[in-house]
Ligand binder design. Structure first.
Ligand SMILES: [Zn+2]
Length: 173
């Protein structure tokens, strides 16, 4: 476990600065050194897996990180399986980063669903994950989201263009 933490440059620290809740800071035996996020632009993910599969997804993330040469320190909420896998851009130029981030996210989400997880457990789909919604979320679930959106926001004035377009039955957006 510490091998992954070492690879990701994780030493010590806490995940309480952005998610002030009852979460427990952790990263495979070491907790996140917050300055890691100060040293590089990053893409923080919000995957959630069954608690019993947390070790499995961390193994998958370690493998993905090594395969793509992207450091992915993880922290989050040990009690509910919410893992903030955080991709560090470091020295990637803009084009290389966009490509690497997309490939890593696809593999990360695929691994997440393989272990029974989902795209988000705390921060939501928003604009960031909307492109991945139809690929990973069951069409029936999306239709339920659209029905709720229509019921609560019939004039479509709340957060237009984000997550769900109730008028479009072909896609999530
Ligand atoms: Zn959090």
């Amino acid at each position: 476990m510490l091998e992954c933490a070492d690879y990701c440059g994780v030493t010590s620290g806490y995940h309480t600065n952005k998610c002030a809740d009852a979460g427990i800071a952790w990263s495979r035996g070491a907790v996140l050194d917050v300055p890691v996020l100060d040293d590089s632009p990053y893409c923080m993910e919000d995957i959630t897996v069954p608690v019993s599969r947390t070790a499995d997804i961390l193994d998958e993330i370690e493998s993905i990180a090594r395969r793509h040469g992207v450091k992915i320190p993880c922290f989050g909420h040990a009690g509910d399986g919410n893992v903030h896998a955080t991709l560090l851009r470091e020295d990637f130029d803009e084009d290389a980063w966009r490509e690497a981030r997309h490939r890593v996210l696809e593999e990360l989400y695929q691994a997440t669903y393989r272990v029974g997880g989902n795209l988000t457990g705390e921060h939501g789909i928003g604009a960031k994950r909307i492109g991945y919604l139809p690929q990973f979320v069951d069409r029936g679930q999306i239709e339920v989201m659209k029905a709720i959106k229509r019921a609560l926001d019939p004039d479509l004035i709340l957060n237009p263009g984000k997550v769900i377009d109730p008028g479009n039955s072909e896609s999530a957006s």
